[in-house]
Design a protein around this ligand. Structure first.
Ligand code: AKG
Length: 236
């Protein structure tokens, strides 16, 4: 929600950029509507079960590629075996717009071609522990969009899940991009602030987070190594 004091764009670490209130309410509602549809199937929104038997408090559904700990596949073998919904062109375009907002209109940005989205729903008690997004073979940035309740997003270092880290409040419509030297930084969500969602976002409760990523797996899932570092550092 626009306040009296607009929050400024911030470079949290080299390549990690926070752009507050980037996605306007109407586009938030459109994205929420699309996520609601994906949450119904072909693979349902569910709590991911970890290999050790733990269950994530966040509920997740994917499009393009299905993420399960710790790999991508086209079918949700750990859920119902269904093939995940296709990744729409408009979502890739949204990713390129987001990257331009964070990094500027540079040529690697124009070539950004995300092919998977992880859609996470947080109720008031859900959290996400510190982790790296490293199942992708591409080094292209992760684009993260937040809708609904505000959260504390913890952005750490690339070495371990401990300090130094920076806590950033992500509110509805906020964009956070991490690429370049920060692409494999540990990050997590230690806290969601229930009741802070503006219904104009399309979320009456809870928090939705959509991360767009390039898997680097290619059309045929050939797994060619492509850890490109061609994206700008954006330390501006
Ligand atoms: O909810 C968020 O802001 C972070 C999500 C995340 O870290 C992930 O999906 O890997």
């Amino acid at each position: 929600m626009s306040g009296l004091f607009p929050r400024p764009r911030a470079v949290v670490a080299p390549g990690a950029v926070h752009v507050p209130e980037w996605l306007p309410p109407e586009r938030q509602r459109e994205l929420v509507a699309a996520c609601r549809k994906w949450a119904r199937g072909p693979v349902p929104l569910r709590h991911t079960v970890l290999p050790g038997g733990g269950v994530m408090s966040v509920q997740t559904v994917c499009v393009g590629w299905h993420w399960q700990p710790y790999r991508y596949s086209r079918t949700a073998d750990d859920v119902n075996g269904a093939r995940v919904a296709g990744f729409p062109d408009w979502l890739a375009e949204l990713g390129r717009e987001a990257l331009t907002a964070a990094y500027g209109d540079e040529s690697p940005v124009r070539r950004y071609a995300p092919d998977t989205a992880l859609i996470n729903f947080y109720d008031g008690a859900a959290r996400m522990g510190m982790h790296q997004d490293k199942e992708e073979l591409s080094g292209a940035p992760v684009v993260s969009l937040s809708i609904g309740d505000t959260c504390v997003f913890r952005f750490g270092n690339t070495e371990n899940r401990h300090k130094p880290y920076t806590d950033v409040e992500l509110a509805s419509g906020d964009l956070f991009v991490f690429g370049g030297p920060s692409r494999f930084a540990f990050h997590g969500v230690p806290k969601v602030c229930p009741g802070t969602a503006d219904p104009a976002s399309g979320m009456s409760r809870g928090r939705l987070n959509v991360t767009l990523r390039e898997t680097g797996l290619g059309t045929f899932g050939d797994g060619r190594q492509r850890r490109s570092r061609e994206f700008p550092n954006s330390s501006r």
